[in-house]
Design a protein around this ligand. Structure first.
Ligand code: XIL
Length: 603
């Protein structure tokens, strides 16, 4: 489901400025505002922008921020960090995600002014969610509110608060704005610093709800016109700073109208086994709706000995996906890469015709088996069969399949035909790397597609692996390649997206990025955003096969192994959406920005 967020331009025509905690008095530590509130809203409630990236934060609002901070104890720290790095500002979305809090609340009214509630009693107000992980300690919450004449006359007060959802619903209750501060029908900016001593608002376990509620014996209406939360942290990656970054994305896959997937392991990588590692499960279940097996559906994992199929691990993997309502992208039926080609195929001494029969038996048996499960919806039928450099179209000397098929690429079409026969409705992809950047290879790809289509070979789409770098290939190059496939009427799926910070094939090691700095993290955010945007811009909705990232965290990216030699064993690609501790990286925000139509920036 696609969800468009709106960024707001605050009206600063008429407002006062009130820091919390000072005026009004009374009412300290009231009961939890909404201990009975449902833990619901799966829709993101805030977007995240840097303080300089949005018209919201035009000069007048920056003045507001700094003057409101000057009276708080955290101001100097935030001010000094913001001189070297932009603070993270989460702009609250006033169009969705809000609900009433407190007993007998009649709910909120989302209107063109913002979010209104009828202040019918003590502790009645409106709340919205900030998704975990969130580092809210020492953050400044700012809300522009407007009260009705009746509310002013009732003498009631307002209180901005934050509350950890679930458990004991611990709250921040120190902010208070007394009735004398309000003028009916006039915007006023209220601020509240979250400054609990025990840092309990730095949450990885629970979402936090923030809101504003009436205090005393209120009547009348309160409208929250806009809001933002300025985090103390800066927009750097948690892996470099030790702080927790929140991309404020409740569920990445909900932001897209196409499938968002991720490659995961089970027993091929025990430490990161999706079936046993709770952190893997949590991040996969939270953000993704499709899984690809990183290895265990490759040939030797399923048929290491001719005629003996071993499905137990893959079954557990596919069944787990089904139990979480996730589909599976099958990867890969035929791939030349030596480590996963069964010995019996490498040693094949029979005829080419018999080899092709054996290959088809593999495809048919595997696809048949998973067809019965119902949630394996697409396949990489053949992976990486095109050459990179030589004038020939197809990989030859380094492909067992080519050689054993009688020095012929006929195995490719035979695999597609067998897959189609076994799975009439699955989407069948040809998958490869560098087809987004190597013109000659892309041309060969298009020639193959043209030939297949002319001869009714059943190919439905092209998988772009998209293992890319920060600076290469260009977005133009990616877009042009995608367009060529789109023009053939095929689906386009980005099957293995990762964006390596370092490029061992580039100006290496002169250009080495030795640590994952804030600057790198934000550049990567922009790059992810631009790639996803290129996909959206160039692939019509009906031809979108989806986007999958190749792994969850930077700790277990395949590039750590691939680049071992080049990087002298340093793990310095940092290519994925989550850091070593499963915290969001700015890259996740970048991915979401593109899906939400928010401009791609490195701010
Ligand atoms: C990689 C796996 O992630 C690694 O664990 C394994 O050691 C090698 O293969 N293109 C593909 C994937 O199509 O199958 C590869 O997966 C990554 C490159």
């Amino acid at each position: 489901m696609k969800f468009n967020q709106r960024l707001f331009v605050l009206s600063f025509l008429s407002f006062g400025l009130v820091a919390c905690g000072g005026s009004g008095g009374g009412g300290s530590n009231p009961p939890p505002a909404s201990s009975s509130a449902p833990v619901s809203s799966s829709v993101p409630s805030a977007s995240l922008v840097s303080s300089s990236s949005s018209s919201l934060l035009a000069s007048s609002s920056i003045a507001v921020t700094s003057s409101s901070l000057s009276s708080s104890s955290s101001s100097s720290e935030l001010a000094s960090s913001s001189s070297s790095a932009a603070p993270v500002v989460m702009v609250l979305d006033m169009t969705t995600g809000w609900r009433g809090n407190g007993t007998d609340n009649s709910g909120v009214n989302v209107n063109s002014d913002g979010v209104s509630f009828t202040a019918s009693g003590d502790n009645i107000g409106a709340v919205t969610d900030l998704a975990k992980p969130i580092q809210l300690e020492d953050a400044v919450v700012e809300m522009v509110v407007n009260v009705s004449a009746e509310f002013k006359a009732s003498g009631a007060n307002l209180q901005i608060f934050a509350q950890i959802k679930g458990g004991s619903w611990a709250g921040e209750w120190n902010c208070w704005s007394g009735n004398e501060l309000f003028t009916a029908g006039t915007d006023i900016t209220l601020t509240c610093t979250i400054n609990e001593d025990d840092k309990k608002f730095n949450q990885t376990d629970s979402d936090v709800q923030i809101g504003i509620q009436a205090k005393g014996t209120p009547t009348g209406t309160v409208t929250i016109k806009s809001g933002k939360v300025t985090l103390k942290q800066t927009a750097s990656s948690s892996s470099s700073t030790g702080s927790v970054y929140s991309a404020n994305v409740n569920r990445l896959s909900e932001l897209a109208d196409f499938t968002i997937g991720v490659a995961v392991s089970n027993n091929d990588s025990p430490a990161y086994n999706i079936l046993t590692n709770a952190s893997e499960k949590a991040v996969v279940e939270k953000h993704f709706e499709q899984m690809t097996a990183g290895n265990i559906m490759k040939m030797s994992y399923l048929q290491n000995t001719q005629g003996t199929f071993t499905f137990a691990n893959a079954d557990a993997f596919v069944d787990y996906a089904a139990s979480k309502n996730m589909t599976v992208h099958g990867h890969a039926l035929v791939w030349h890469s030596d480590y996963q080609v069964p010995q019996f195929m490498k040693n094949w001494s029979g005829s080419a015709a018999d080899f092709i029969t054996a290959l088809k038996t593999h495809v048919t048996t595997v696809v048949d088996h998973f067809e019965a499960k119902g949630n394996v919806v697409s396949w990489d039928v053949v992976n990486e069969a095109l050459t990179d450099g030589s004038p020939s179209t197809f990989r030859a000397d380094d492909s067992i399949f080519y050689k054993k098929s009688g020095n012929s690429a006929v195995y490719i079409e035979e695999a597609f035909k067998a897959a189609r026969a076994a799975a009439p409705t699955a989407t069948l992809y040809y998958n490869d790397y560098n087809i987004d950047q190597n013109n000659a290879k892309t041309t060969r790809l298009i020639e193959m597609i043209t030939d297949f289509q002319a001869r009714d070979i059943p190919i439905d789409g092209v998988g772009f692996q998209m293992h890319v770098f920060m600076d290469y290939p260009s977005i133009d190059s990616i877009s042009n390649a995608i367009k060529k496939v789109v023009n053939k009427g095929l689906k386009v799926k980005i099957t293995e997206l990762d964006v390596s910070i370092n490029n061992p094939y580039g100006n290496w090691p002169a250009s080495k990025v030795a640590s994952f700095t804030q600057a790198s993290a934000l550049d990567q955010k922009k790059r992810y955003c631009e790639i996803v945007k290129a996909y959206l811009d160039n692939v019509p909705a009906a031809q979108r096969g989806g986007i999958s990232v190749w792994g969850t965290t930077d700790a277990n990216t395949w590039l750590n192994d691939l680049y071992k030699t080049q990087f002298n064993n340093e793990k310095i690609s940092w290519p994925l959406l989550f850091d070593n501790n499963y915290n969001d990286k700015p890259a996740l925000r970048g991915f979401a920005d593109a899906l939400q139509g928010i401009p791609c920036t490195n701010l």
